[in-house]
Design a protein around this ligand. Structure first.
Ligand code: ADP
Ligand code: MN
Ligand code: MN
Ligand code: MN
Ligand code: MN
Length: 361
């Protein structure tokens, strides 16, 4: 094991004076993409003027053999910008750019799950999907142990931590606050945040966002979280069951509505969706995140990995209909199955496909 090093890995106070230097009219675009192991990568590009629309952004490329996305003898992978956001780190006209990845033959990269999802949402645009995702995650110290937990030991059992306040109940609220503000600055539709049941575990919600934009915004919010935590010398993990035993896992509850479910009497459309979801349990679980069977034990507010169930206000079922939705007879449903490391493009895509039908791509 490497020797414990100082936790001070950078000096943000010194950085401040350089961040405010004028850029001579140039703009920095941080191109962000998803790599070959469900992680994020980025690199910076100087542009000659302010970007007004996504078409202003040039295509770019990277070495896919260094990210597990391409073989060494055909390593160029192309970056195609799909959305951009104000950069909360560099400020000014600088931007964060979400990209899709393509191979030299024009086919999407094997890890480009946005490509198929975008086709599904285009085909089913009349459904007017909205998604709101609850992203849970865990903060780890430099040794990979949950932040603030006793070294070589465990904190007191779960109970006081969920939405907790006070020393020894919550850890790293500074990171959570910084991430919240940075997302708002970036114009991410972050809708809230809360401390979770396991200490050092947190949640934030993104949405409701229409169609493919949920995936774009959620991935960018994850990038911002990693980037903020890096400045604090803290690691973010999206592992669905970071600590085995009597500690809650981490999920990505996916709240779903369509024009029909939101309309008067929309409960009927929700029930029809439940009927469809119940026939494709295995296919959904296949794209709802890796290691999810470790989390979906039927305990700790989860359902069975193998069997689809749904119910009003039931946090032990695959899908929960919020009590208020049942009372209003319209609204949305909450798919509680996705793991925290699930790909939002894949999981919103398969939900749309299951409810409205496959699309020939
Ligand atoms: P929970 O009670 O499960 O913890 P949260 O408040 O964390 O619920 O998250 C619920 C999320 O549902 C909200 O953040 C929002 O994004 C999403 N949501 C609300 N209304 C809709 C809707 N009509 N369609 C899709 N998602 C919705
Ligand atoms: Mn180089
Ligand atoms: Mn929640
Ligand atoms: Mn939660
Ligand atoms: Mn939830």
């Amino acid at each position: 094991m490497p020797q414990a090093s100082s936790t001070i890995v950078s000096n943000t106070a010194n950085l401040q004076k350089y961040l405010s230097l004028p850029q001579g009219g140039k703009v920095i675009a941080e191109y962000v993409w998803i790599d070959g192991s469900n992680g994020l990568r980025s690199k910076s590009k100087t542009l000659s003027k302010k970007v007004e629309k996504v078409e202003d952004l040039p295509e770019w490329n990277f070495d896919g053999s260094s990210t597990g996305q391409a073989p060494g003898d055909n390593s160029d992978v192309y970056l195609r910008p799909v959305a951009f956001y104000p950069d909360p780190f560099r400020l000014g006209d600088n931007i964060l750019v979400m990209c899709e990845t393509y191979m030299s033959d024009g086919k999407p990269n094997a890890y480009n799950f946005r490509h198929d999802a975008a086709i599904i949402f285009k085909e089913h645009s009349k459904a007017e999907f909205w998604f709101g995702l609850e992203q849970e995650y865990t903060l780890l110290d430099e040794f990979g142990w949950p932040y603030g937990w006793p070294k070589n030991g465990f904190p007191a059992p779960q109970g006081p931590y969920y939405c907790g306040v006070g020393t020894s109940k919550v850890f790293c609220r500074d990171i959570v606050e910084a991430h919240y503000k940075a997302c708002l600055y970036a114009q991410i539709d972050i809708s809230g945040t809360n401390a979770e049941v396991m200490p050092a575990q947190w949640e934030y919600q993104v949405g409701p966002c229409p169609d493919i934009s949920l995936g774009d915004q959620l991935w960018m919010s994850r990038f911002i979280l990693h980037r903020v935590a890096e400045e604090f010398g803290v690691k973010v993990t999206f592992a669905p069951k970071p600590i085995p035993g009597d500690w809650n896992g981490a999920g990505l509850h996916t709240n779903v509505s369509t024009k029909d479910t939101r309309a008067e009497g929309g409960m009927k459309a929700i029930e029809a969706a439940m009927e469809k979801l119940s026939t494709r349990q295995a296919e959904h679980m296949a794209v709802y995140g890796s290691d999810n069977q470790l989390r979906m034990t039927g305990k700790h507010e989860t359902a069975s990995y193998d069997k689809f169930t749904w119910g009003v206000a039931n946090r032990g079922s695959s899908v929960r209909i919020p009590r208020a939705v049942a009372a209003a007879n319209k609204g949305y449903f909450e798919d509680r199955r996705p793991a925290s490391n699930g790909d939002p493009y894949q999981l919103t895509g398969i939900i749309a496909e299951t409810m409205y039908g496959k699309v020939d791509g």
